[in-house]
Design a protein around this ligand. Sequence first.
Ligand SMILES: [Zn+2]
Length: 499
Amino acid sequence: MRLQFLGAARTVTGSQYLLQLPGANILIDCGLYQGRDQEPYTPHHRFDFDPAKLDAVLLTHAHIDHSGLIPRLCRLGFRGDIFATSATTDLCAVMLLDSAHIQEEDAQWDMRKWRRGQQNTPPPGPLYNAEDVEQTMTQFVPVQYDEEVRVADGVSVRWVDAGHILGAASLEIWVNEDGVQRKLVFSGDIGDRGRPILRDPTLIESADFVVMESTYGNRNHPPIEHTSEQLADAIKRTVREKGQVLVPSFAVGRTQELLYRLDRLIASGDLPELPVFVDSPLASRATRVFEQHHECYDADSLRLLAQGDDPLSFPSLRFTRSVEESKRLNALAEPAVIISASGMCTAGRIRHHLHHRLEKGNHLVLFVGYQARGTLGRILQDGVKNVKLFGRRHRVRARIESVQGLSAHADQPMLLEWVQAIKGPRTVFVTHGEPESAFTFAKLVEAETGSPVCVPSLREHVDLLDEAALAEVHSHTQADIARHQAEERRRSETRHDRA
Ligand SMILES: [Zn+2]
């Protein structure tokens, strides 16, 4: 029983774990590395194994950093089943196609650069195209939450609520080998309690081995009660100034949570019924998938549906479809909310809306999510007053604000509670976190649960039934944590000296 960490090892992207059993090779998640600085980290064009020899893929959720390389796997010969919840399957149909278009556009761009002589080697072509996605979707096997599914000889799996995005799950995997049953748990991405629309994460009672995320393993989220209030205040102020609110938002998950909050604020009269536009084809399609999967909704959302109120829809909500409809928003004079992608303003229609509104002081750019360093979103959030967009300098006069509390990821206390509920794991592998976050969380888990903890590095593998091998990866982690802490201490002393 060999487990190899082929992604999301000491970073938050590219989830991919290979489980090799005597009777089957199983891949858990197959995510794309996102973010430019990650590019050299792993070559996307090949895998560390032969895709044709893989028996099954188990998918935790539809986010591209968990699902985005599956079409590549199929293009290179994988013909087995891809197991995922029914909602994840439908979201993948939309998101993987969108990803294929991005791959094809990027490949065309590289080809043009090569033809112009700006690149020495011919580009390798797209990772996959729309046809590959079409093939991929035929291999999906939708499953229901909480149903035990046999995925290979001696291997059965159950998908339970992870509370992260629609259809997201943690996996309980039972493996029978030589008459002994062992259980592995993969957390997927874990959400917080009390998120709108979705049920809370299911707490799992037992496991022999746990592989868990640690995105916010070193952070506590601020209390989320005031999120909707902040949202309403920011919008009302802009309405008074006859401006428009631009919300750069991730298309899947974040946009639907915003719609839910706006629906509630308008229903309660805390917000006037102003026009709200969702101007992102991907977000519009994803919202339709949400509306087809009420089986994922929590009790509050189901109650609203039973009362005849669709929590993702209200009379003044519009989904723009064509580019022309999107352009027409430029001429909009009345106060409105425009939700558009991308969430960090790196691409997409949001850049056009910013181009038309940044220089006017009555408009508001409202951030609802994390802005990575180097993105236009972060530059605006940092208060830079001069930005370049479409080759033109813009003097930023629009107000820039951020609303906290819309993260789809659990924070440290919730992650700890999730892992503490699992009785008796022989090892907890901490993945899907930057080193600072993963190491901090690993130390905490070991101290609080007494289970040995490993923070695997990329391509590290371990035979789970070999005690000596487990002890070795554990001691690697201990050494790396000690080194990391020493570096941190040195850095803080330098800062102290300078001060
Ligand atoms: Zn995710």
